[in-house]
Design a protein around this ligand. Structure first.
Ligand code: ZN
Length: 204
């Protein structure tokens, strides 16, 4: 190869690499810019999606346990107060109970569930437990829940709703009992499957 041809080829090569280099840089820069512009949105979208999924899963789990409480309540259609105690950490259904006040006036569903729990479980970590009840716990039951140290309470029908249906109810809300229990920090969540629970009491 003569020198002139060699030089010409090298020049073309250099121009090509310079062009390639510029193009590569531009492409890389665009890629970085696009990634930076898009990624926060993508990330936010993913997080939002996961949160909604978690919420749905969480709601489904709570509804599942409440359906078991409803099933308990249906054992006594005239007094459809059913309760289920669940280990929040393992998902184990620890005990169940339904209203037996026709035999003993203080045997409300929650009390029966707590008694069953104490009877059958040798070692109980009460703070790991949550209680699901078709109706808002009365002051007696909420006090028992506080003494036991059950962490979270989920209920369907509220005390005012039951009073509206002329059910005998002591006029103290579960939240008030909880607020007046300084040695616990029980969380009370009402309105879980409220429609289905209300239906139980409407048709009792
Ligand atoms: Zn009660």
């Amino acid at each position: 190869m003569d020198k002139q041809l060699f030089d010409t080829q090298r020049n073309h090569q250099n121009i090509f690499y310079r062009k390639l280099s510029k193009r590569t840089l531009l492409t890389n820069w665009l890629a970085i810019l696009t990634a930076n512009l898009l990624s926060p949105n993508l990330e936010a979208k993913t997080v939002k999606k996961e949160t909604n999924k978690e919420k749905n899963t969480s709601r489904n789990i709570h509804e599942y346990y409440m359906r078991l409480a409803i099933k308990e309540g249906k054992n006594v259609p005239k007094y459809p107060f059913g309760a289920v105690i669940v280990n929040r950490l393992t998902g184990e259904i620890v005990s169940k109970g339904y209203n037996q006040s026709t035999h003993n006036p203080i045997l409300h569903g929650e009390i029966v569930a707590i008694n069953n729990c104490a009877k059958h479980k040798i070692k109980i970590l009460w703070s790991e437990l949550d209680l699901y009840s078709t109706a808002e716990p009365c002051p007696m039951c909420q006090s028992a829940i506080e003494w036991a140290g059950i962490k979270n309470v989920y209920y369907g029908s509220s005390i005012p709703f039951l009073q509206g249906l002329k059910w005998e109810q002591i006029n103290i809300r579960a939240q008030e009992v909880s607020d007046r229990t300084p040695f616990r920090n029980t969380k009370i969540i009402g309105g879980l499957l409220e429609g289905e629970c209300n239906k139980l009491f409407l048709t009792a």
